[in-house]
Ligand binder design. Structure first.
Ligand code: SF4
Length: 95
């Protein structure tokens, strides 16, 4: 008896087994996606890389920046505490 292409390709693997493998792959991809999102949310630039300095620059300062979080003296994009009088190259004027 001649086997069809489908029978040759699937061998002894059942459709149920194939579904389990596919479902597992989708689950792994979903978990990897979530982990990636969390990593991006916490991924702040180091002060050195952002050229952070503890003093204002041309009238610009963290206190006037849209990224500054006054309640915690932190920044949305630069790691660690920052001063309201500090400045970095990622400065973004408040709207
Ligand atoms: S982006 Fe730079 S200037 Fe703005 S708050 Fe953060 S550290 Fe300060």
């Amino acid at each position: 008896m001649t086997k069809t292409t489908r029978e040759v390709c699937l061998g002894n693997v059942s459709r149920r087994d194939l579904f389990k493998v596919a479902a597992g792959a989708v689950g792994v991809a979903a978990i990897a996606g979530l982990a990636g999102s969390e990593a991006l949310a916490d991924n702040k630039m180091a002060k050195g890389a952002a050229q952070y300095q503890a003093s204002p620059h041309n009238g610009q300062s963290c206190g006037k920046c849209a990224n500054y979080i006054a309640a915690s003296s932190t920044c949305k994009v630069v790691d660690g505490p920052v001063s309201a009088n500090g400045w970095c190259s990622l400065y973004a004027q408040k709207g």
